[in-house]
Design a protein around this ligand. Structure first.
Ligand code: GSH
Length: 208
């Protein structure tokens, strides 16, 4: 059987969300760890955007992390991650749009010539919205950890890691608890295994 290939990068939050969905759906892939500063020609020939994650399943190429999640979960969704999908997709669109822009402009202020205080304020609009949602339920879109949580938590983690004490001081308790719960999930530990960068003659690495 030819397995789908997953081009991934351990620390990329987009690749993290894809790996979370692959673990939960038990869709097995051949994992190829990519170095973003030295991309393999095979990866560049596959991914139209040159970004991770990217899945190649025979003739099908999936170059967007959210599409990888949905592709995997539509094959097998034992934990009902696709429930409340429309609510999830709305939140993910804000996370990937204005929130991710503010995250990058807070984290890489030199590259963007941005004002981190202004950018933190923009990020806070979304983070406050999440905190309000999490006051009512423990998860972003329903009564269990699902698509929205898995797609968004890697980005909230990245934002929090810029300055964790400041994050804890300036964010609501429900959001902090939700993030900490995510970081403690065996599921999260399971997608953060380190792999050597892939090479053409490397042994096959199965994921999950
Ligand atoms: N919209 C894409 C974005 C993926 C993305 O930007 N990934 C980053 C790594 S976190 C990347 O591969 N950047 C290419 C580079 O740094 O050269 C998705 O959702 O998959």
């Amino acid at each position: 059987m030819i397995l789908p290939i997953l081009y991934s990068f351990r620390r990329c939050p987009y690749a993290m969300r894809a790996r979370l969905a692959l673990v939960v759906s038990e869709v097995q892939t051949e994992l190829r760890e990519i170095l973003l500063r030295d991309k393999n020609p095979e990866f560049l020939a596959t991914s139209p955007s040159g970004t991770v994650p990217c899945v190649k399943d025979r003739d099908l190429v999936i170059d967007e992390s959210l599409d990888v999640m949905i592709w995997a979960l539509e094959q097998n969704d034992p934990l009902r991650w696709l429930e409340n999908r429309d609510t999830a997709l709305g939140l993910i669109s804000t996370a990937d749009g204005p929130f991710k822009a503010a995250l990058d402009r807070t984290k890489y202020q030199n590259r963007h010539q941005s004002d981190p205080t202004e950018e933190r304020a923009k990020a806070a609009v979304f983070l406050d919205e999440l905190n309000v949602r999490l006051a009512d339920t423990s998860y972003l879109a329903g009564d269990h950890f699902a698509l929205a949580d898995a797609a968004i938590a890697p980005f909230v983690r990245q934002f929090a890691n810029i300055d964790r004490p400041l994050f804890d001081e300036t964010n609501g308790p429900h959001l902090i608890k939700w993030l900490d719960q995510f970081l403690e999930m065996p599921l999260f530990a399971g997608i953060m295994t380190k792999y050597p960068p892939w090479q053409l003659d490397a042994n096959t690495v199965l994921f999950p």
